[in-house]
Ligand binder design. Structure first.
Ligand SMILES: [Zn+2]
Length: 331
């Protein structure tokens, strides 16, 4: 009781206020209910709540299994939920209440958001203020700059190859965005995870596909890229590659077992995106030709029932209409 009393007094609310204790207990009961919900859904047994004053402003169960997202820990999901509801990533004066002690990734996310205190477990244990760990920031910056000497030096000094910066980006992800091929090769040879996602759900493999970083894409494929991984729109690497008109990237991905007919959260396949979001020019025409040649389903319509051919016709994409018609597509 003594400890709990100290804890309550340390919260950024009026000292010793009776409601602070009851608000924390209520928040924990909600977190425990979310944990049970996660368990029933077949997910990991964690739940978390973000508390501001007496109000619960964010709450979530673990969605690691149900959303097939290794970063969707209950604490991070609760922080996201609060940011969405409050319309701000700044969660100043908020307390993170979770069924278990937050892991390093969640603690870093809490620190970034400005969470003042972490309370965990049935006994309302005090985790103190989150320590923002940006161990990986220097390694990530070296990768982004393509500075091989600094990369080697940091790795030799003991920075883990998969260390992250404050946005949960690994050095390999930064190298991929910046198209630093030599840096990416060095990191992958050093064991970098080609599927490690940042807070935006981007991974080196997904970004290499979406942005047409062909050389790095090949490196990620050789190093065990997860062909079924998806971005924040629920799309595989193939879909944004088709959308952005990266012909060689699409060609490379079609050599793999990637699902050519995968449908993203917008209800679109790679074929639909190449038409709807493309410009009907040479690159998108070639991509449609490749997708058709590899057996993409021609009649897989969007959520409104509009087929690829109908979309191409509506946009006056003559070459694409011709390719689809010759392959036997119907509007
Ligand atoms: Zn966590």
């Amino acid at each position: 009781m003594q400890r709990r009393h100290c804890l309550i007094a340390a919260l950024p609310w009026p000292c010793g206020a009776a409601w602070a204790s009851s608000a924390l207990q209520q928040a924990m009961r909600r977190a425990e209910a979310l944990r049970d919900e996660a368990l029933r859904a077949g997910d990991q047994p964690y739940g978390a709540v973000v508390l501001r004053g007496e109000s619960i402003v964010g709450a979530a169960p673990s969605r690691v299994i149900t959303a097939a997202d290794p970063g969707a820990h209950a604490e991070r999901e609760a922080l996201r939920d609060a940011a969405r509801r409050l319309g701000s990533n700044e969660l100043r004066d908020c307390v993170l209440v979770s069924t278990s002690r937050p892991c390093a990734m969640c603690e870093a996310a809490a620190g970034q958001a400005g969470i003042v205190r972490m309370i965990y477990g049935t006994a309302l244990s005090d985790g103190g203020a989150p320590q923002v760990r940006v161990d990986g920031a220097d390694l990530v910056a070296a990768a982004e700059a393509g500075d091989l000497a600094r990369l080697r030096q940091r790795l030799a000094a003991g920075t883990p190859v998969n260390a992250r910066d404050a946005r949960a980006r690994t050095a390999l992800l930064a190298a991929t965005w910046a198209d630093r091929i030599d840096a990416a090769r060095l990191l992958i040879e050093g064991g970098a995870d080609v599927n490690a996602k940042d807070e935006l759900q981007d991974s080196p493999f997904l970004v290499a596909g979406a942005e047409g970083r062909l050389a790095i894409l090949r490196l990620t494929l050789a190093a065990g890229a997860d062909l079924r991984s998806t971005n924040r729109y629920g799309g595989t690497a193939l879909i944004p590659a088709a959308h952005h008109g990266h012909v060689e990237t699409v060609r490379e991905l079609l050599k793999t077992k990637i699902d050519i007919d995968h449908v993203n959260r917008l209800g679109w396949t790679a074929l639909l995106e190449a038409i709807i979001l493309g410009d009907g020019g040479a690159a998108h025409g070639e991509i449609v030709r490749l997708l058709v040649a590899h057996g993409a389903q021609l009649q897989l319509a969007d959520a409104q029932g509009v087929t690829p051919l109908a979309h191409a016709q509506a946009r006056g994409q003559k070459t694409i209409v011709e390719i689809l018609r010759r392959a036997g597509a119907k509007a």
